[in-house]
Ligand binder design. Structure first.
Ligand SMILES: CNc1nc2cc3c(cc2[nH]1)N=C(N)NC3
Length: 371
């Protein structure tokens, strides 16, 4: 059991990396996918079920938890791990992105962002210092810097100005984080799709020094081609001996392309959100289980999957419970999708370890093309 936070690179195949993050609450196998537990729950899942899918770490959100039930209340109750009954590592986002995407009546100044809650319209202020305090009260193992995420579309000038503000906020985040052994603070690279701005941001973050580095400002509607073009250089601009975390990504083929380009950690609401709407990810592509063609299909969703939905139920049953809006529908399909994502990560980790990532990737795409 370690009392420190440490990242070890265990292997590499091309740009794809195999690693392990050690924390006092357990180890994280990388490349890693983090299920999103926004309001202290991975929706429709018990924590032990999330662990059973193979997830080593999950994500929480400063923005949502500060609004309800508040960081102070969670702290009084023993912290977020105790509160949500998840004793493995938790990474919390800093609120920067959610304030831009969810809050109303935002006022941005050098100090921070004043905004109205999307829940009850109450007034709030987030600054780097307050975001660090909230994430400390929550007790998260990996804390994200408080950054400014520009609303898109944005011109180069706006992106440049926003990135430089985020770098000043990164320094304030580092200062406010303090000395917390066993806990990590990750910087967030900004700069849109501009290689030179991303390089400037990476230099600024390196000069401050962080336990890990996130690639922010992507998965915001730019499309896969533009994202991959950015990922052809952004990871290489970040320290190679620290974890690289691509925020908000993504579809299965996004994830494979990101790992191929040197990304170690990702998070996305897609598997859980899609699970609740009846969209299932399988090795042969996406299955919309509400479609009438599944009504009499006795086969499992994915014959190669070990999750409860695929082990014990037919497509016909899943079709039925979605059509009749039964609660078990979202539970089964969320579990399946999270299992599919964890199996994808396990497959890539094994391929990198064996030096067969290129073949594994070819097989991944061939199975989807076969449909
Ligand atoms: C869904 N796409 C997405 N892009 C992101 C980008 C960022 C983020 C969260 C995201 N989610 N959180 C931050 N604190 N900064 C950058």
């Amino acid at each position: 059991m370690t009392t420190r936070f440490a990242f070890e690179k265990l292997g590499q195949d091309g740009k794809a990396r195999l690693g392990r993050i050690s924390t006092p609450r357990g180890e994280i196998r990388t490349p890693a996918f983090m299920p999103v537990g926004t309001a202290a729950t991975v929706k429709a899942m018990m924590p032990e079920s999330v662990a059973a899918t193979g997830a080593d770490i999950l994500l929480g959100n400063t923005y949502h938890l500060m609004l309800r039930p508040s960081a102070e209340r969670i702290d009084r109750l023993g912290g977020l791990h105790r509160f949500m009954n998840w004793e493995r590592p938790i990474l919390t986002d800093s609120g920067g992105f959610q304030v831009m995407s969810l809050a109303s009546l935002r006022k941005l100044t050098e100090e921070g962002v004043r905004f109205k809650s999307h829940i009850d319209g109450s007034d709030h202020m987030l600054t780097p210092e307050r975001s660090m305090e909230i994430q400390r009260l929550l007790g998260s193992d990996i804390v994200m810097c408080f950054d400014e995420c520009p609303a898109l579309p944005a011109d180069r000038g706006r992106i440049e100005e926003s990135m430089r503000l985020s770098m000043r906020w990164a320094a304030r985040s580092r200062e406010a984080f303090g000395d917390r052994p066993g806990h990590a603070l990750f910087g967030i690279q900004q700069g849109g799709l501009e290689e030179d701005l991303r390089a400037e941001s990476a230099r600024a973050l390196r000069d401050i020094g962080f336990e890990g580095y996130a690639i922010g400002g992507l998965a915001v509607g730019e499309g896969q081609e533009a994202m991959f073009a950015c990922l052809d250089h952004a990871p290489d601009q970040l320290p190679e001996d620290r974890p690289r975390y691509l925020m908000g990504v993504g579809k299965p083929d996004d994830i494979v392309g990101a790992v191929k380009r040197g990304v170690d950690m990702m998070d996305c609401v897609l598997p859980s959100r899609s699970g609740r709407t009846g969209q299932a990810f399988t090795r042969h592509g996406v299955v919309n289980i509400k479609n009438a063609r599944h009504a009499d299909d006795p086969r499992p969703l994915d014959e190669g999957c070990s999750c409860p939905a695929c082990r014990s139920y037919s497509r016909a049953y899943l079709h039925h419970v979605f059509r009749s809006q039964e609660m078990i529908s979202g539970m089964l399909l969320t579990w399946h999708n999270l299992q599919y994502y964890q199996d994808l990560m396990a497959g890539m980790r094994a391929a990198i370890a064996a030096g067969t990532f290129a073949d594994w990737e070819a097989g991944f795409h061939a199975a989807r093309a076969a449909g």
